[in-house]
Design a protein around this ligand. Sequence first.
Ligand code: DGJ
Length: 531
Amino acid sequence: MKTFLIAALLALSVSTLKVQAEDHPIPRLIQKDGRFALLVDGAPYLILGAQANNSSDWPATLPKVWSAIEFLHANTLEIPIYWEQFEPQQGTFDYTAMDTILAQAREHQVHLVLLWFGTWKNGSQHYMPEWMKLQPERYFHVLNKEGEAIDSPSPFATASLDADIHAFTEFMRHLKAVDPDRTVLMVQVENESGTWGAVRDYSPAAQKVFAGPVPANVLAAMNKVPTTPSTNWQDVFGTEAEVCFHAWAVATYVGKVAAAGKAVYALPLYANAALRDPFKGAPGSYESGGPTDNVLNIWKAAAPAIDILAPDIYLSDTAAYLKVLQLYHRPDNALFVPETSSSPKIARFFFFALGLQAIGYSPFGLDYTRSHAEPAGQADTQNNFLLPTAQNYRLVAPMMRDIALLNFEGKLQAVAEQEGEVTQTLHFEAWDAIVSYGAVRNGTAKGNPEPIGRALVAQLKDNQFLVTGFFSRVDFHPTDAKKHRQFLRVEEGTYENGTFKFARILNGDQTDWGLNFSSEPEVLRVSIATY
Ligand code: DGJ
């Protein structure tokens, strides 16, 4: 009888596991015609993320995080797990931080992107456990040109690599065991890996490899056909040799850590970059070694287990911001912005990212810990720092599944206001959507006093569009210049739990000069015809 009961219970738990696996398959990235979708529970998902102030996030700070996430209407929290906390003694693992974060995320019905703060955090090894920091000869640092150890871990330190592989594998193994619900959607491997203060490692181990041949897969990835018999790094890459070499060394290391973790749990993995200026990023002016735009091909070749190379964008210049989004939106790379600033002028770039089929977007430091230094008396005790992101997410959160699907199908376009450009045109087969900024009634567009406008247009049927935005006007012109546009039906509504709920038909003053959006979240379903 007892044996029968145990067998029955076992059968039950195996079938429960099967149901869970079917209900919640492992999130994965898919690609079609150069467009990507992150599948969560089997359907495209848009990460409306917020990253906590990530340097000192312990379970004790979580109450100050969840209240902000709720205010934002974010669906995903990005939060780190620190190696020093996870493996306080070599080989002894502490799962409490991970388990606490997971349990609280489920309570708050929020997904997670976990950030593995392993060997690198902002180019340094500050989150390595104490037992490693106390053995700098074994877990050695980058040596600069003068032969001095600097505040950055060497990608040639095999003991560090082995230790990171061991810890990250355990991290992924535990995550797989405790997360059948797939609360965690993706994992970031390291944080802004690379080196500040030297363009590469000059340790004896590194010097030897630098003098050797460039691996064939790197030559192919960078489209280099050597013109001399020598294929060493200097001869092949010239002035870019040192940054290419360091990128290859760091990517190879991070790629091995990622591959080991993925072998136990195949979640999508990404690596984030401290950027270089996309227009004038000379070697030495940026963190060397990470997945900056000039070495994306090297990272792709050396770290194939990393699914996405992702830019942390703290640029405020519109052209530079847009350029970065374009550089990371590639047929072999889904666009994902894991960190960016959250000021009112930057918030509009969320729409640029949507227009480039981003699978997710996540401003940094959106919690009430406000841990970075604020000038005395200027601490933002209100929610002002959250408002720009909250405005975007309140609009998009209820329809994020539709947005992700429309984007995957190539039916969505979105733009943000650019200084000096008062109109923008989005091309759909028989229709152009004209977006303009700062127009009042039938007056001409003058631009908003600050460039904060944004708009999104998605084609639902040949002559039907979903239109939304902030501080902008959208109108449609037939591409056949002999014809004119007439509105058949402009439905105003709201999205509730993924479904458009009709509220009223707009006409007259609300449509005679185009479709107008101000500060309130407003969604229109627009049917048009020609005459
Ligand atoms: C970028 C880093 O990735 C984060 O960990 C954090 O230090 C932010 N910068 C602070 O702005």
